[in-house]
Ligand binder design. Structure first.
Ligand code: UDH
Ligand code: NGS
Length: 285
């Protein structure tokens, strides 16, 4: 007679830990660039809980991960990212929640402040111990690029299609990076002062170094991404003050960051595939 162990009162088994060498993993793959609607996507991923959370049901994940996506007006990129990233995270047995942190108009885009606001708001909603900050237009193309945190902050990108699957310079630290809760607090998060395009990721890179942490990077054949090619956003023009700001990273680090992030949270919506956080930033504050 077959018995259901879960209904057996003497059964007290625990799930085994999730391991990296899951049978579900392939290696490099070609991403799907189809732009589906959010409704179609939500039918594809019915196993996600409202707000975009997923917990593997065959093993215990080693950490609880918040994926934080800085965002403004890129719905088609977001849908392509979801189509590729959700299956990859599931194959890797990651326990995750997707947060899309959106900066309302008007005003120039501020990616650094969105990192801080995303970290602060996600931490209020769950006990996440791993944070992965993820640009909306970067699609991972290797299953072995694990969405885990490490003993030091980690740059997930070792090569990008637009740079012939290489990087522009060795200290690059933009696009997709991971921090444990402690690591992000240790560097006082990102700078809030970079309005417009450029430099905020270099500032983050220096903040890691200034606090005696290392920057890790994924193995060259593994940290591969395809960027969805696009032009410059009209509300994210190059920031003319970025080079001046980069000269004062060290002096500012203690007072400009997580500890001083100012924004208004306009709404929190638990959508089928992600938690949407809308914020406004007052440039004059
Ligand atoms: N982002 C938005 N909306 C915006 C601006 C930025 O969602 O209006 C987010 C998004 O997650 C994006 C990230 O911020 O991936 C970084 O912004 P970006 O993609 O504009 O920056 P990147 O350096 O590209 O990747 C700059 C475009 C330069 C075009 C040059 C054309 N030859
Ligand atoms: C550097 C920018 C970074 C940027 C990187 C790659 O010059 O913010 O280029 O940009 N630093 C400064 O401007 C100080 S990319 O070619 O991907 O658009 O991330």
């Amino acid at each position: 007679v077959l018995s259901d162990s879960l209904n057996d009162p003497t059964f007290s088994g625990e799930l085994p830990p999730c391991v990296n060498h899951s049978l579900k993993l392939g290696g490099r793959f070609k991403p799907l660039m189809t732009e589906l609607t959010l409704e179609a996507l939500s039918y594809l991923f019915l196993e996600l809980r409202p707000g975009g959370s997923y917990t593997p049901d065959t093993c215990m994940a080693r950490e609880k991960t918040a994926i934080i996506i800085p965002f403004r007006d890129r719905p088609s990129h977001l849908h392509v990212l979801l189509l590729n990233l959700i299956p990859l995270l599931k194959r890797q047995n990651i326990d995750f929640t997707l947060f899309v942190i959106e900066q309302e108009l008007p005003g120039p885009f501020n990616r650094g402040l969105l990192h801080n606001a995303g970290f602060i708001e996600a931490s209020k909603l769950g006990d996440y111990n791993c944070f992965i900050f993820h640009d909306v237009d970067l699609i991972p193309i290797n299953d072995l690029n694990f969405y885990h945190c490490n003993d030091n902050p980690t740059h997930f990108i070792s090569g990008l299609n637009k740079f012939k699957y290489k990087l522009l310079y060795p200290t690059m630290f933009g696009g997709v990076v991971s921090f444990t809760d402690d690591q992000f607090r240790q560097i006082n998060g990102a700078s809030n002062l970079y309005f417009g395009w450029g430099g905020e990721d270099d500032d983050l890179s220096k903040r890691v170094e200034n606090r005696g942490l290392k920057r890790l990077r994924k193995y060259p054949s593994i940290g591969l991404y395809d960027m969805i090619l696009h032009g410059r956003d009209s509300t994210n023009i190059p920031n003319p003050t970025r080079f001046e700001l980069l000269k004062t990273t060290r002096e500012r680090q203690g007072v400009d960051g997580l500890s001083s992030a100012k924004y208004s949270l306009l709404s929190t919506d638990s959508l089928p595939l992600y938690t949407r956080l809308r914020i406004s930033i007052n440039m004059t504050e």
